[in-house]
Design a protein. Structure first.
Length: 142
């Protein structure tokens, strides 16, 4: 299927939305960093079960140095993102924190141009500009 990625992207957005709501409720009365640790343990367990069920485990030796480097960097960036996101959710409204978090859409496009050599069309840039405007409008509505 040519657009199979789209279904996965929609699922990602749906579950990301649930993440914000569940996290906001779950953070009540506990430290956001500890909550991130619990979340990470759940993710590790769920992924281990998923990999086992789908028979997708791979030998660690099948990864090359570049795989290791960039997966480790991605993991560090994810961890820092989660720590910051949970702290922001603990302190602010989910309806304001989540849109600012989604400003990553704009940053991904800029980084993809700089580091991956991608060339978005004019229509793509208009869309990214609208996302940026929407993020700012939603985030600073009060």
């Amino acid at each position: 299927m040519a657009n199979e990625w789209l279904y996965w992207a929609i699922a990602s957005a749906f579950f990301a939305a649930l993440t914000a709501i569940f996290a906001k409720v779950g953070l009540n009365g506990i430290d956001s960093d500890f909550a991130t640790f619990i979340r990470t343990l759940v993710i590790i367990a769920a992924l281990a079960l998923f990999l086992t069920y789908t028979h997708k485990w791979q030998p660690l030796g099948s990864l090359n140095g570049r795989n290791w480097l960039f997966l480790i960097l991605s993991g560090l960036a994810t961890g820092l993102s989660w720590l910051a996101y949970f702290k922001a959710l603990q302190m602010g409204n989910a309806s304001q924190v989540a849109p600012i978090d989604k400003f990553s859409l704009v940053l991904v496009t800029i980084f993809a141009v700089i580091f991956l050599g991608e060339r978005p069309s004019g229509q793509d840039w208009v869309g990214i500009g609208l996302v940026a405007a929407g993020v700012l409008t939603l985030a600073f509505k009060r």
